[in-house]
Design a binder for this molecule. Structure first.
Ligand SMILES: [Zn+2]
Length: 158
């Protein structure tokens, strides 16, 4: 079979050449006058005092005012003891303020800890480990303890 005749090899080049004269025209066209860039983020609601965790996650909230405190994914351990019973260790928390650090002897030795409180209702919730003096306790540094007595489970718990 005969292959169809190739198109003239100059076609593509011709096209390019044909387009060149157009350039000055479209360079000055309204195409280049872009519409004003919209703001990156439009705030539909004014920011409130609270940070909100994703509603699809299981979260812990302040039992007194329901401000979100922590995502369940941030829970490290449930086996801590607070002054009012069980307490949970969290990797990170929200809506929580921090008092001055001070050294305290806890069940697991000497630590520098700071009281943490709900920024919304100001209730003391637990403490933050600022510094652990024993190497076995170093993993707690920068982590947060919230007593179970101050937390309520929100969103998606069975
Ligand atoms: Zn609160």
């Amino acid at each position: 079979m005969c292959s169809p005749p190739n198109p003239p090899p100059t076609t593509a080049l011709t096209c390019v050449l044909r387009c060149f004269p157009c350039e000055p025209t479209w360079a000055g066209s309204p195409f280049l006058h872009r519409p004003p860039t919209p703001p990156m983020v439009r705030m539909t609601r004014s920011k409130t005092f609270q940070a909100y965790l994703p509603s699809c996650h299981r979260t812990y909230s302040c039992i007194h005012c329901r401000a979100h405190l922590a995502n369940h994914d941030e829970l490290i351990s449930k086996s801590f003891q607070g002054s009012q019973g069980r307490a949970y260790l969290f990797n990170s928390v929200v809506n929580v303020g921090c008092g001055p650090a001070e050294e305290r002897v806890l069940l697991t030795g000497l630590h520098a800890v700071a009281d943490i409180y709900c920024e919304n209702c100001k209730t003391t919730l637990g403490w933050k480990y600022e510094h652990a003096f024993e190497s076995s306790q170093k993993y707690k540094e920068g982590k947060f303890i919230i007593e179970l007595a101050h937390m309520i489970k929100d969103n998606g718990w069975d």
